[in-house]
Design a protein around this ligand. Structure first.
Ligand SMILES: O=C(CO)COP(=O)(O)O
Length: 145
């Protein structure tokens, strides 16, 4: 599975601890992250992470583009619900695209734990089938939702 990891600054330590706690699962998958989140995770958890731009510099939009192409199977986004951020439109767009593409999304650690455990137990294997179907649609003529 392709997993995207994003955390705002107040939750950077949390996402690092979370990935370390579930490293035995994360190491079996392909990880993507926004810039600073990815740096923190790869350094602390010693996992390979493809780092995109930092969120405020377009990283959320890059992950959104991957989701639009059905290249992400799961998004864990520990966002800051208490602060107004300058790139709020990018954040909203990313969360919206998860709903458009039916991508499992966790915005807090309780949900993230459930999703990671569900994925480990095969509950997200339907994603493989969906991706095949969407690839067919993108390569064909039907690009509608
Ligand atoms: O701002 C972010 C998501 O909106 C996260 O970006 P960084 O991982 O670069 O801090």
């Amino acid at each position: 599975m392709n997993i995207a990891l994003v955390a705002h600054d107040i939750h950077k330590n949390l996402i690092v601890d979370f990935v370390i706690a579930y490293k035995h699962i994360f190491q079996k998958h392909t990880l993507f992250a926004t810039g600073t989140t990815g740096k923190r995770i790869s350094e602390a958890a010693k996992l390979e992470v493809t780092r995109l731009r930092s969120g405020p510099l377009g990283g959320d939009q890059q992950i959104g583009a991957m989701i639009a192409m059905d290249d992400i199977d799961l998004l864990i986004f520990f966002r800051d619900p208490l602060s107004a951020l300058g790139h709020e439109p990018d954040i909203s767009a990313l969360l919206r695209l998860c709903d458009v593409q039916r991508i499992p999304l966790a915005t807090n650690v309780a949900t993230a734990e459930m999703l990671i455990r569900a994925m480990e137990n095969g509950f997200l294997s339907w994603r493989e089938e969906i991706r095949k179907y969407d690839t067919l649609k993108l390569n064909g003529t039907d690009n509608s939702i």
